[in-house]
Design a protein around this ligand. Structure first.
Ligand SMILES: [Zn+2]
Length: 82
């Protein structure tokens, strides 16, 4: 869950993991630790047509979540980090 100072979501105030409720480190509007942010617009073919779902997971909760998948995530190593 992300909290912004303004409605246009320009200045990030805090990020809270939707699973464990831990507040992640945000300094001067910049998130300073790993976070998996999901924003999904549901379309015509599902039961949530027109809904947008957004949530954040800390790295630990993400690791626990993907460990429950029946097929492992597709993982690739990047050579260049920005
Ligand atoms: Zn968490």
């Amino acid at each position: 869950m992300r909290v912004y100072l303004d409605e246009k979501e320009k200045e990030l105030v805090t990020v809270i993991c939707n699973q464990c409720k831990r507040e992640l480190l945000v300094e001067n509007g910049i998130l300073k630790e790993e976070c998996i942010h999901v924003s999904h617009d549901f379309g015509y073919f599902g039961q949530r047509d027109g809904e947008t779902h957004r949530f954040d997971l800390c790295e630990e909760c993400y690791n626990k979540m993907i460990a429950t998948l029946q097929i492992s995530v597709d993982k690739q190593e990047r050579r260049e980090l920005l």
